[in-house]
Design a protein around this ligand. Structure first.
Ligand SMILES: [Zn+2]
Length: 475
């Protein structure tokens, strides 16, 4: 239930940051104790409703009813977990139950009510029950237990008074705190306020996560090659790791060894790190776009929604590319940042934007490369920017009619995820290396030993530079 706020207050949004914990061994044990007790609360809710179902009673699904059952259980039922934390689990259960019921009512008969037990369940504490001071967080526990003090690995990125709740959870092999803050939508000074009449089209893509073209002829192009490289390198690493550890995997019905558990834990940590890296790069890319929009006082972003392509089978290679693209998340991140900055976002159909000339609006064949050129007029420009430009004209309720010729554009180039290790030239996307002598060179082999006395040092040096030349007769 949303909190009642003062009538004079401006619009707010809620934003969550995930922050790692730096617990001592004892604090770690107690955190796991809380998560496990929360898992017990969840299991109890499942169990109670299983009994009721067998007795053909009405299910206990409303939050109030579940809280009453919790109160009847009395203190100390769930070890150190206090009633606020336990109620947060009941709230989660109730929300899940009612959303399942609503979707079943809407005709989705395959949606099921919560039924799975969890060993560890996230616990949330709302404002006033925890204390946050810098990087130290004091979590409440049941009466009679000392409160739990933990240290965060970075300060919460929001003003302390805006933090409304903290959630303790375990994922990617680590303990985390999700801090949710209630942030007011940015109010800009009048002369810098984004103008809703100034529009920009945003084209989403794999190579360029965001291509943004404003109606005033300026545009920004964000390159995401580093993100794609991170995906590729992660896949290569995962394959290599699987190949190396497959022999140690426990057989069916066999208990895994301690060494296997360590291998699994390491793999989970690496997976989590990869996901965080990609997410961080996407956030940075969206920030570039929103900063650009604020700088140019663009108040409306019209985003082409490419999610229609997800339903089409595209073959296993392209399917993987589409999944790694993470369109839904990219859209959400952009929208969240734009709304916080006071910029409106429209989602429109993007069909045909990459095969329409932005200058004369005629249909042309979709270019294979990045450059688009029109055979009806003299237009030539970047394909994604041309698509973004066409998208800007699709803004619902008043699109820009007079457009600056796109050929006179000022394009700002930015790169997302430059800090990613995949962006390093040493581990770059192998397809972007210049081909050595044309065609595949096959597996890399060590250079053949030099033939003593038959050639001069200079020619050997040249040969080494060429590197991957096929072994054969030499001059
Ligand atoms: Zn044209």
């Amino acid at each position: 239930m949303p909190r009642r706020r003062g009538t004079g207050a401006g619009p707010v949004v809620h934003r969550t940051a995930r922050i790692g914990l730096r617990p001592t061994r004892a604090q770690r044990q107690r955190c796991f104790g809380l998560l496990r007790a929360a898992g017990d609360v969840w299991a109890c809710a499942l169990e109670v409703n299983a009994w009721r179902w067998r007795r053909r009673d009405a299910p206990a699904a409303s939050y109030q009813e579940l809280c009453q059952l919790l109160a009847e259980a009395g203190p100390g039922t769930f070890s150190e977990l206090d009633s606020t934390g336990a109620r947060s689990v009941l709230r989660r259960y109730s929300d899940a139950w009612f959303s399942a019921a609503a979707r079943r009512k809407a005709g989705h008969a395959d949606v099921r009510f919560p039924r799975r037990r969890r060993a560890l369940m996230p616990v949330r504490w709302y404002h006033g029950t925890f204390t946050l001071a810098g990087r130290s967080l004091r979590l409440p526990t049941a009466r009679g237990c000392p409160p739990l003090l933990v240290r965060l690995d970075r300060p919460v990125p929001y003003p302390a008074e805006t933090v409304r709740s903290v959630t303790l959870l375990f994922t990617d092999g680590r303990l985390w705190i999700d801090a949710t803050a209630e942030l007011p939508v940015t109010v800009h000074p009048t002369d810098q306020r984004p103008d809703p009449q100034r529009m920009a089209g945003v084209d989403l893509g794999i190579i360029h996560p965001f291509a943004v073209a404003g109606s005033d002829g300026t545009s920004v192009l964000v390159s995401g090659r580093a993100i794609r490289a991170e995906h590729r390198m992660h896949l290569a690493d995962t394959k290599a790791r699987r190949r190396a550890t497959a022999a140690r995997a426990p057989k069916r019905g066999q208990r895994g060894s301690r060494r296997w558990r360590k291998t699994r834990r390491r793999a989970r940590l690496i997976e989590g790190r990869h996901r965080r890296r990609v997410r961080q790069a996407l956030h940075e890319a969206a920030k570039i776009v929103v900063d650009w929009a604020i700088e140019h006082r663009v108040g409306t972003l019209t985003v082409g929604d490419p999610r229609g392509v997800l339903d089409k089978p595209a073959g296993r290679r392209h399917n993987l590319r589409l999944r790694q693209w993470q369109i839904g998340r990219t859209l959400r991140i952009l929208r969240d940042k734009a709304v916080l900055a006071g910029i409106r976002v429209h989602l429109v159909d993007e069909r045909g934007t990459s095969s329409t000339c932005p200058a004369c609006r005629k249909r042309i064949t979709k270019p294979r490369g990045r450059m688009m050129s029109c055979r009806h007029c003299q237009f030539a420009g970047h394909r994604d920017l041309a698509a973004a430009f066409t998208l800007a004209t699709r803004t619902p309720g008043g699109a820009p009619t007079t457009c600056t010729p796109i050929t006179e554009q000022v394009v700002t180039h930015r790169r997302a995820g430059r800090h990613l290790p995949g962006a390093d030239p040493a581990r770059r996307d192998p397809r972007r290396r210049p081909p050595a002598g044309g065609g595949s060179v096959g597996r890399r082999r060590p250079a053949p030993p030099p033939v003593v006395g038959s050639r001069s040092p200079t020619s050997r040096g040249e040969d080494r530079q060429r590197g991957l030349g096929p072994p054969g007769p030499r001059s």
